[in-house]
Design a protein around this ligand. Sequence first.
Ligand SMILES: C[S@@+](CC[C@H](N)C(=O)[O-])C[C@H]1O[C@@H](n2cnc3c(N)ncnc32)[C@H](O)[C@@H]1O
Ligand code: SF4
Length: 438
Amino acid sequence: MVADLRARPARGRAADLSAESMPGPIIPLGLYVHVPWCARKCPYCDFNSQPVRGPIDWEPYVAALLPDLDLDLHLAGARPLDSIFIGGGTPSLLPGAAIRRLLTGVRERLDWSADIEITLEANPGTADAAHFAAYREAGVNRLSIGIQSFDARQLSALGRIHGPEEAVGAVLLARRAGFDNLNLDLMFGLPRQDPASALTDVEAALGLVPEHLSYYQLTVEPNTPFERSPPALPDDEVLDEIQTGGQRLLAAAGLAQYEVSAHARPGRQCRHNLNYWEFGDYLGIGAGAHAKLTLGPARVERRWRLRDPARFLARAGTPAALAGRRMLGTSDLMFEFALNALRLRNGVSAALYEARTGLPRAGLAAPLAQARSRGLVDPDTTWLRASPFGYRFLNDLVALFLDGDAPAGGLRALAAGDSAAGRFEPGLAFTDSSVNPG
Ligand SMILES: C[S@@+](CC[C@H](N)C(=O)[O-])C[C@H]1O[C@@H](n2cnc3c(N)ncnc32)[C@H](O)[C@@H]1O
Ligand code: SF4
């Protein structure tokens, strides 16, 4: 039986900093849950995850997640949760009982929207029919499957724990378990990849008829084996050909690009990630998870948990589990809003800027005028949207909203041509990518 996901009255503690006290419409709220383990560490990946051998000792971790949530519950206010994203690491290493316990605990603490989206990330090498069925039963209604490629040689070069057959098998298992909303992660720009093999990957993915596809360019991240011993990656010209060709195939198959890396059928955009890009609020629990919460007009705080799972576990449920917090200043708010919103192909209304930041839209006038004079944004003054030209040079466009100099390496991940930017935590400008992958 599928869990009852209908909305119920809020059970969260009364809000001291109620979003209801904010002028305008309520800011949507999501919840990110981090699972910090993988079967094996992939040599390109710098997400916050540790390899585990054998069964995971999940019970203490799941038990710690709920007191960790309690810590920030008062910041949720009376808002219902619109989305939950269980990401990692590899959440599909967890048995159904773990996800059931987690979601039951969240449900006891927070009201849920009637149409809440609950995503869980799965690695095909861990796909298991009983797990998938139990996730669905526990209330998960969207799976995000990390396929990366259908080419056996590429999967081996990427250090993946699965081959192409398991990738296809995972999708079939997910469908059989009742999932009608699937995302597939595909990477391009793989070692020695040529356009023909990259497009074969896209066609294979389309053959599985996903509702959503995330198309990430492989990036070499600091402190990874790929950085220490870089593989031969395609040059910019080849990358451009791969990306343009891939996007064309996706669009022709009905998966429209709505964000730098994200493509979806109509109505199947990822609600959780959209909320990041539309500068909504989110709680973040578990090792290294990040949260963004609006405390009042023009008062937005980012907070993040300790990264190391053992240290997190030892302190969960106490303020010591917080590794840091930062109140955004006016210039941070403008920049971070632009950084996120401009990733969306259709941008956002200027009114959303006021609703989400609590700042007057007049503040955007100067950077927007500059951007317009360079043809980087649409001429419509009521809308914040990159022009086709601006979308190709998103780094330059977003830099116009920066007050002062960009931190070193800051905008690197943002270029529209650098689709792997989709991996960095939406909402954060330039920190490590170990957080809240979408
Ligand atoms: C948390 S993983 C997904 C679930 C699971 N851990 C897996 O890999 O199958 C999130 C996604 O980020 C992408 N990713 C990770 N590191 C990347 C990198 N260096 N460049 C591009 N994409 C990357 C992969 O597509 C991966 O599927
Ligand atoms: S890509 Fe996925 S499976 Fe590989 S190390 Fe990163 S989080 Fe783990």
